[in-house]
Write a protein that binds this ligand. Structure first.
Ligand code: TRP
Length: 363
């Protein structure tokens, strides 16, 4: 059994720095390391529709935004299969069968879904059934590709856990066809949860505190200039706090020693700057300028690639179409095995036909 990497995003908005440190950067590294047999990255439009049923246009618009984000961040369609969930009907089929081996109460326990239900204000029985069931559909997303490795954030843990359970139950009930996946969490705490520019716990579109991968230089500087720092650091000479200071959290996530050598040689590395800031005498504006340099250095090659891809949008749809056809072949192969294991492959089962013929002939 090979190593199969699979992961995806709901196309409900452009991707931001939180997505980048949390998963996109890792995916590109995994892709380029080449230490896997297949890599699948997809846009979970079916899942996005579970709580956007009345707004398909939003999903439709964001498919291309996310595709541009993927490609400009460095995902390479010759190394990984990029596709759109809805174009793989086998996933819906597998979802249907998996729903038979899970209980309502098991799905209800999912803490991520609970939080999402609260955030969306679904009350009592008003939760759309499709939304309620999306963890099962997500299990199918993974199982249909026999994926072994799911790079994702901590919030996806309950989904992967459910998928593992369903795979085990399927294999026990029918035949050992599916593969139990493992989550691959981001390597450090900052990558797990990047705060917003306002210092709030999480960078999130709904909180309006994001820096997008597609933001231009001016926009990035406006956002960094307005960033939350240390409210007790009123005068430059005051001692500052780096903990809970979003500028420093971002420097933690993004800056390298080379950045210090090039942009702020007074300090060898971030630890030295932190010590000086904590002691007092370092202005917030200087730190923000440093951060601006660091982020632009990181975003510049992404912007360049984006600019190129933007000149040929039809080609992006072609890439996604090719990827979807390729992905579908894999999922269809798994479904052949699934149907056989479930004994619903009637027309391929010559023995069954023979047996039935004899049974009725003997009457
Ligand atoms: N739930 C994921 C998110 O909200 C998207 C997703 C759907 C996914 N299916 C998946 C992620 C399968 C990893 C594997 O971002």
């Amino acid at each position: 059994m090979g190593k199969i990497i699979l992961t995806g995003d709901r196309p409900t908005g452009k991707l931001h720095l939180g997505h980048y440190v949390g998963s996109l950067r890792r995916r590109v590294e995994l892709q380029n390391a080449g230490d896997y047999d297949r890599m699948f990255v997809f846009m979970a439009d079916v899942q996005a529709l579970t709580d956007n049923a009345d707004n398909p246009e939003k999903i439709r618009q964001n498919i291309i935004e996310v595709a541009l984000d993927y490609l400009s961040a460095g995902l390479d369609p010759t190394k990984c299969t990029l596709y759109i969930q809805s174009q793989i009907p086998e996933l819906a089929e597998l979802t249907t069968y998996l729903m038979n081996i899970v209980s309502v109460s098991r799905v209800q326990r999912n803490p991520t879904v609970k939080t999402e239900v609260k955030m969306r204000g679904f009350e009592g029985d008003s939760i759309p059934l499709g939304f309620f069931c999306y963890p099962v559909s997500q299990a199918a997303d993974i199982a249909a590709f026999k994926a072994t490795t799911i790079p994702a954030g901590e919030d996806q843990n309950p989904m992967i856990e459910l998928c593992r359970e369903l795979v085990r139950r399927f294999n026990e009930t029918y035949a050992p066809v599916l593969v139990e996946p493992k989550i691959m969490l981001p390597e450090n705490a900052t990558a797990r949860r990047l705060p917003g520019t306002d210092g709030k716990e999480k960078m999130s579109k709904s909180l309006g505190n994001c820096i997008y991968l597609s933001d231009d230089k001016d926009t990035v500087w406006q956002k960094i200039r307005g960033m939350y720092t240390d409210p007790t650091h009123l005068n430059v000479s005051d001692p500052g706090h780096v903990e809970g200071n979003a500028v420093f959290t971002y420097l933690d996530a993004f800056s390298t020693d080379q950045d210090f050598a090039d942009f702020w040689p007074e300090f060898k590395n971030l630890d030295e700057l932190k010590a000086a800031y904590t002691a007092g005498g370092i202005g917030d504006m200087k730190c923000k300028k440093m951060l601006n340099n660091v982020i632009n250095r990181m975003l510049d090659p992404i912007r360049e690639r984006r600019h190129e891809y933007e000149q040929d949008i039809p080609e992006i749809y072609n890439i996604l179409k090719k990827g979807s056809i390729e992905a579908r072949e894999t999922a269809a192969q798994t479904m052949d095995e699934v149907r056989k294991a479930m004994q619903i492959d009637y027309f391929n089962d010559a023995a069954l036909i023979q047996q039935q013929a004899e049974k009725f002939r003997a009457k």
